[in-house]
Design a binder for this molecule. Structure first.
Ligand code: FNR
Length: 187
């Protein structure tokens, strides 16, 4: 009998807010994953502001972030949109784990982007900025389908469960594509 280790996905929310829709979106992803994969949601609230002076002795929270990224088969970013772009906390975490020079933890890692916002465009502008950043990191991105959750307050129920059927289908489909990419990358 052969056993295959489940594909491990690291979910990174771009919001520190306790009731964050983007954290809820990652919880929905956990619910929609097939049994061949698992998803851990990372807490990035301990990561200090990036300072190149501290690259010689990385803060413990940054070392942990880099370890988690390196160990994961794939990364799933759930980004809010702040003023048409990605939140500073997310960019800060990304910048830390891309350093020191030559030790980019994101390098060639399979990735996908999802996002939820209060506005009708559902983080599309932030997602395009993030895609640009992932090019700089040389990540391998599962591009489709795009999961753009607009009017987020209408898509989750009072318990925080993603209940909008189209959103669920799109998320499930993107997860399948990300898992396929991660499996291909493993080989
Ligand atoms: C926002 N929000 C927002 N929404 C949007 O669709 N486009 C935008 O450009 C912005 N800009 C923006 C800036 C700042 C500083 C904040 C705090 C908020 C609203 C945003 O979509 C909403 O707060 C989401 O609920 C944030 O995501 P989480 O925290 O629920 O994951």
């Amino acid at each position: 009998m052969t056993t295959t280790t489940p594909v491990s996905i690291l979910g990174i929310p771009g919001s520190l807010r306790a009731g964050s829709y983007n954290k809820l979106l990652l919880k929905a992803a956990q619910e929609l994953l097939p049994s061949t994969a698992q998803l851990e949601i990372l807490d990035i609230s301990d990561i200090p502001l990036y300072n190149q002076d501290n690259e010689g002795s990385l803060p413990r929270s940054v070392e942990l972030l880099k370890e988690k990224v390196q160990q994961a088969d794939a990364v799933l970013f759930a980004t809010p949109e702040y003023n048409y772009s990605i939140p500073a906390v997310l960019k800060n975490a990304i910048d830390w784990a891309s350093r020191p020079m030559g030790k980019n933890s994101w390098l060639r890692k399979p990735a996908a982007i999802i996002g939820a916002s209060a506005g009708v465009l559902g983080t599309v502008r932030a997602q395009y900025h993030l895609r640009q950043v992932l090019v700089a990191l040389d990540m391998q991105v599962a591009n489709k389908p795009e999961v753009l959750i607009g009017a987020a307050h209408q898509r989750f129920d009072a318990d925080g469960r993603l209940v909008d059927s189209t959103s669920r289908e799109l998320l499930k489909s993107l997860l399948e594509n990300l898992i396929a990419l991660a499996e291909q990358h493993r080989r």
